[in-house]
Design a protein around this ligand. Sequence first.
Ligand SMILES: *[C@@H]1O[C@H](CO)[C@@H](O)[C@H](O)[C@H]1NC(C)=O
Length: 329
Amino acid sequence: MKALRLFSSAAVALLAFVLVVSAQTQAPPSGWPVFWYKGIVTNKAASIYNPTNEFIFPSVFHAGRWLKNPLAEWYIYYAPHDDPGGISLRYSNSLEGPWTEYPKNPVISRNWSPHYSVPHVSSPDAIWNLEANNGNGRMIMYFHGSNSVTRWAYSDDGIKFGYGGVAVTNAMGGPSVTETSYARVFRHPDTNSRYNYGMFYMGNERDNIRRIRLAESVDGKTWTVSPNYVVAPGPEEGANVSGGELWNWGGQHYIIYHGSSGKAYARTIDRTLRQVGKTPIVLFAGRGDPSGDRVAAPVVVTRNGQTYLFYEKGDRLGGTIAWAKMAAQ
Ligand SMILES: *[C@@H]1O[C@H](CO)[C@@H](O)[C@H](O)[C@H]1NC(C)=O
């Protein structure tokens, strides 16, 4: 009897252990978007600026809301990953495309005299900064170049940029940081914070594990890096996580990002950006895309009741910009 009880409690403990170890993702809450792959934004064969036949890191900007005479309602920025990179622009009146390539890409290149000359610039992220330009507002574009520094530039039309400066560097993350790139910037969700802007970016370290870090800023130009990680990869994600972005769904904030597993994930995050869910929820793993391609660098845009996911599809050095749409529920 005693032996049996001992055995069964051991079995229960083993079962609990198995459940914990296999529960690497958690089920999404009700009302979670079910995205279906719809197509490619950047047709490589027809591209004017296409130095390396690969494009990464979409950033969707609502030009019609913020700019005086935009080329179209929506802008999407992206860039090649490899040298020479180059921040590139397409535009469309519809989030469903088709997207027209700006004929004189790149709008920001790897040489910008006298500010820098680097092997590549990539990972654009454009936001509208309300306080800039004496409160009249201005686009601020974040991008890395090269991998050890994320910079910012500013623009009134999204095409011609003035150089701003350095936003975050390896040194700001501490002595073991070796890369500071793939930043996305958003309005700080904590109204009690003294900061107006938050940034998630990827920090690589000497252990060659890529984690997502947090920086905060009053003006979007001068940044303070938080010493703690926001997301470090777990068994689900693999060796690297990157492409962090803030997203609100159903009144809950999430950090959305991608892992080495080739999927995009979401974890809950509180408005201080410091309490992060331990178990990821799958955001998108390529449903409807028969290629089985990797999903990375997710951004979600909701407009007029329709919700879209823009992302980088394909292996890291053969990527292209793609979109998916949430099915009606
Ligand atoms: C982690 O990221 C680096 C750089 O993108 C890549 O070379 C490496 O293969 C990645 N590791 C895994 C396990 O995916």
